[in-house]
Design a protein around this ligand. Structure first.
Ligand code: 5AD
Ligand code: SF4
Length: 436
């Protein structure tokens, strides 16, 4: 029998990218192959994001686009997974009767049974928070070769309840996967060609699946032969403990790049966001991290136009950015999320949010560019990932996560090499092999 085809569209964060890979593997056990073309699919799965309003709305417009396909081929099954599924499962089924299956992020191991149910003509909805480890139950992981970099989810959920954020509601309480399971998965990835692993979690530095916390897990992973690089994302400042700060100085495999969101620079706004730290505490933490690893590149998330943010509050965010100097950053206009405390507060007008976002992004882009330009003339280590667009060109990432293009024969994906940076373009660096 010809294999059935599965089309998965992934929205949102890297944790969804990881989950989509696991869902594809689980469905592989049921005879599905993935396809890049929804027209060819027997099943379409949208792995959704609920973090901002626009992200959720995209799901409904995407579903609308499949109406024609579904009426031409009623056998086509359509499923919604991820955080929108968790938050609005029943509403999705009501609003879009063509949806056959709704599965929340904690129930992916139940997908094969759910698929059998919809194949039989029924509907399936599962948005439970079961006790069992969903990744342990996802069978059928093929031993296929992998690229040089991979994500590995070690922690899910969040107990922080920032006043703007839906994550504690959609992904539930913090849960860590035990270190032995993570190590087993890491060894398996390395056997299949992976050289760099990014540990993922909504609040990854709160990881407690190892007695030594996330630092303990990182040191254990550093013992895995063939694994060259470790990264982790995303972290809350208050969970950055001494051992993890120290690991940035002592663990050679831990890369000098840290995503540490602060969201805002005004203490009034930080308090209303329920972030549980001040701007000064964040700046002191950055100092300690830089003392452990002086060349650390920092990345952050920022929200502008949080309820009751004044121009002076916004200026405090700009001042904090000036003080830190970020190597990269993500910034967003505050988006009202029903059910979160901030949605009830007086809102900042949209044009004000637009204006602040523009000013903030101009500053962040300037910093990003100047840190990137400062790499010219320096040597970096590049893990090569794939061929570039020009013949003979390879592209990889430096330890600071800059994309680096090199024109050289004989480099293969997965190779690590010392590269002298020669020039800096809008989004990437160019360099030459420097074996000395
Ligand atoms: N509005 C705007 N941005 C948000 N984020 C989370 N919730 C919201 C919201 N309601 C941003 C935060 C977080 C990132 C993943 O998304 O900056 O760190
Ligand atoms: Fe959301 Fe991150 Fe705050 Fe948790 S720490 S509530 S995931 S923004």
């Amino acid at each position: 029998m010809a294999p059935k085809k599965l089309y998965i569209k992934t929205y949102g964060c890297q944790m969804n990218v990881y989950d989509s890979e696991r869902m594809a593997e689980a469905m592989g056990g049921e005879g599905y192959e993935t396809t890049e073309r929804p027209e060819d699919a027997d099943m379409i799965l949208l792995n959704t994001c609920h973090i901002r309003e626009k992200a959720a709305e995209k799901v409904y417009s995407e579903l609308g686009r499949y109406k024609g396909l579904k009426s031409a081929r009623p056998d086509l099954k359509i499923g919604v997974a991820g955080c929108v599924a968790q938050a609005e499962g029943e509403e999705i089924m009501r609003r879009q009767p063509m949806v056959d299956l709704v599965v929340g992020p904690q129930s992916y191991h139940r997908l094969p049974e759910m698929e059998a149910k919809v194949r039989g003509g029924g509907k399936a909805l599962d948005t439970d928070f079961p006790e069992e480890d969903k990744f342990d139950h996802l069978k059928g992981r093929p031993k296929a070769k992998r690229g040089p970099t991979a994500f590995l989810t070690v922690q899910e959920g969040c107990d922080k309840f920032c006043a703007f954020c839906v994550v504690p509601y959609t992904r539930g309480a913090e849960v860590s996967r035990p270190a032995e399971r993570v190590l087993r998965e890491a060894r398996d990835l390395v056997e299949r060609g992976v050289r760099e692993i990014t540990l993922l979690g909504q609040n990854v530095n709160a990881y407690h699946g190892h007695a030594g916390g996330l630092a303990g897990l990182i040191h254990a992973l550093a013992e895995v032969d063939g694994l060259e690089r470790i990264r982790f994302t995303t972290s809350h400042p208050n969970d950055m403990d001494e051992a993890l700060i120290e690991a940035h100085g002592t663990c050679d495999k831990l890369m000098p790049y840290l995503h540490l969101p602060v969201q805002a620079g005004s203490d009034k706004i930080l308090k209303r966001m329920n972030r549980q730290h001040t701007a000064e505490q964040y700046l002191r933490l950055i100092e300690r991290l830089r003392a452990a690893r002086p060349d650390l590149h920092l990345s952050g998330d920022f929200i502008v136009g949080f309820p009751e943010e004044t121009e002076a509050d916004f200026q405090a965010t700009m001042d904090l950015i000036e003080a830190v100097e970020y190597g990269s950053a993500f910034s967003f206009k505050y988006s009202e999320r029903p059910g979160t405390p901030a949605a009830e507060r007086p809102q900042v007008p949209e044009d004000e949010k637009d204006d602040r976002l523009q000013r903030l992004q101009a500053l962040l882009t300037k910093q990003q560019r100047s840190l990137q330009d400062a790499m010219v003339g320096r040597d970096v280590h590049v893990l090569f990932e794939k061929p570039g667009r020009l013949p003979g060109q390879m592209v990889g990432k430096s330890e600071y996560l800059h994309a680096v293009h090199v024109q050289a024969e004989g480099i293969a994906p997965g190779d690590l090499a010392r590269i002298r940076i020669e020039s800096s373009g809008p989004n990437s660096l160019k360099g030459v092999m420097n074996p000395l």
